[in-house]
Design a binder for this molecule. Structure first.
Ligand code: SF4
Length: 358
């Protein structure tokens, strides 16, 4: 069997590995044993899995492989953010961004190559949809950055030596690739996998209401909504998804989102000068979000030369924030980081993919 036709074991969570080994005539516990090895740093082959019988390791070598992202393109921003370009088997490049802070390392990962949702302020949206990432391509972003952190001298690190938080806010709409995202979440949260707490993982969506419900039923990770306006006329103009799931439908879905292990929904609101940043917009947000346990992140737009939007000045951001705070919301102004290497929100789109999709 050639390497290309072998089964990549990093596409399976533990339940999937059990099924795979059973298909090879092996007992279920072998699947759990493999899970215990697959995500250890430095593991690249079956010969290192010393508690597996030699015969079984031979069978695995014949039928299976373990993918990994090697030699990423690494760009460091002046504020400490690091953008990683990972090359996929078919030549496309996906991007992930590490946002280090003294007590945490947040990794923003991609779930698709390109995106079909066409939000008009987003550079990834201009690429169009190319393809979904499979589970291994999602989790290998975390493994690749973990390996980078482990190889970096401690005195050069801003944050801890490991990835502590993961946000699905890179390229793509995660809920359009829900099955693969759910498998990757299972791998990330399994103790023998990447051992991250579900409360440290956030899946962000532009508002695909039907899938939000499913995410809530099938995982306990945090939910973030890219809101950007609560006026249907404006939201539909900048986010075509709003034509399918208007603001009222989206917010009703949020009200019904199961919350026991998640404290609050995060609403992301990027202010676009003259479009969605007036006092009236802020008052309307305050009115429409009433009754939803939430936090609100405000962000000034990262201007891109190829897109027509402008960022409001700091005073406008602060005025918008004050109105929401006066209505008793928890509101943060998020300083966009990594802007000098095009790693900030909405800026992830590789030149290669922009010019040569498919
Ligand atoms: Fe896709 Fe998100 Fe960009 Fe919208 S903002 S086009 S959903 S990547």
């Amino acid at each position: 069997m050639s390497e290309r036709t072998k089964t990549d074991l990093r596409n399976f969570d533990q339940a999937g590995l059990v099924k795979f080994v059973e298909s090879l005539g092996q007992p279920a516990f072998r699947g759990k044993q493999i899970m215990g090895w697959l995500y250890r740093p430095g593991i690249s082959g079956f010969s290192e899995m010393t508690d597996l019988a030699k015969d079984f390791r031979r069978v695995l070598c014949e039928h299976a492989c373990i993918s990994e992202f090697l030699d990423p393109i690494v760009e460091k921003a002046s504020d400490g953010c690091v953008k990683f370009g990972f090359t996929l088997d078919d030549g496309h490049i996906i991007e992930s961004v590490l946002i280090p802070e003294p007590d945490r390392n947040t990794l923003c990962i991609s779930s698709q190559v390109g995106c079909a949702m066409g939000c008009s302020f987003c550079l990834t949206g201009t690429m169009g949809f190319i393809r979904n990432l499979n589970p291994s391509e999602i989790v290998n972003q975390v493994c690749g950055v973990r390996d980078y952190l482990l190889a970096t001298p401690k005195d050069q690190l801003i944050g801890p030596e490991r990835v502590t938080n993961v946000v699905f806010m890179g390229m793509g709409e995660p809920l359009n690739n829900l099955e693969n995202v759910l498998t990757s979440l299972s791998i990330m949260t399994e103790q023998k996998g990447l051992d991250l707490a579900a409360r440290k993982i956030t899946v962000s969506t532009c508002g695909i209401a039907s899938k939000i419900k499913e995410l809530g039923e099938r995982s306990t990770v945090n939910l973030a909504i890219s809101l950007h306006s609560v006026k249907n006329s404006v939201r539909s103009q900048i986010m075509p998804v709003n034509n399918r799931y208007p603001v009222e439908v989206l917010l009703e879905t949020c009200k019904n989102f199961p919350m026991p292990k998640r404290k609050r929904i995060m609403f992301e609101y990027t202010l676009l000068a003259g479009i969605n940043d007036s006092d009236e917009d802020a008052e309307m947000v305050a009115r429409m979000l009433r009754g939803i346990p939430c936090k609100i992140n405000l962000l000034g737009y990262n201007e891109c030369p190829s897109l027509p939007y402008k960022s409001p000045d700091r005073g406008r951001l602060l005025a918008f924030q004050k109105i929401l705070i006066d209505h008793h919301y928890t509101v943060f102004i998020r300083n966009s980081r990594g802007a000098d290497i095009s790693a900030a929100c909405g800026q992830l789109a590789t030149e290669q993919n922009l010019t040569a999709p498919g």
